[in-house]
Design a protein. Structure first.
Length: 153
């Protein structure tokens, strides 16, 4: 079985489609999407639909996925005085809030928002065909030698 891994898609369906086209000849049997799936790109619903259609898909929720799901985001400043000293950061914080709201609305309208609640905070699996090896006498934990192919943009 081949494991395909994608990450930081950020709502960019064009890049995701290119990665999936490049990987088609490898017959990937299971996919992992490692978070930051939808926020900031123009096509968050299309990205989730593509991901949900992949064989054996397992998704990790990234911080930006959590922002879309919950509406929260990191605090831009510790105090109001800090904010007054950094107008640029305040503007970026406002733009981020707008992006979160827009993405949330798009996914909700498409009936996909609940899919962001499904991803977990950790993934793991036992890969068939991995070769067990002993790492050392001092460390009895076995190592697994696996072949990974990375795709990206």
């Amino acid at each position: 079985m081949r494991l395909g891994i994608v990450a930081d898609i950020h709502g960019n369906d064009v890049a995701l489609r290119a990665v999936l086209e490049d990987s088609a000849a490898l017959h990937v049997g299971q996919w992992w999407a490692l978070g930051d799936l939808v926020l900031f790109g123009p096509r968050p619903a299309e990205v989730l639909e593509l991901l949900l259609g992949l064989p054996g898909i397992r998704m990790l929720r990234g911080n930006t996925d959590r922002y879309v799901l919950t509406g929260e985001q990191p605090a831009p400043h510790a105090t109001a005085i800090d904010a007054a000293a950094s107008v640029d950061l305040v503007e970026r914080y406002g733009a981020m809030a707008a992006g979160i709201g827009w993405t949330r609305g798009v996914l909700d309208q498409a009936g996909l928002l609940g899919n962001l609640a499904s991803p977990t905070s950790s993934l793991g699996c036992c890969l068939p065909g991995a070769t067990p090896m002993s790492s050392s006498a001092a460390t009895p934990m076995p190592l697994l030698i696996v072949s990974l192919t990375a795709f990206g943009h």
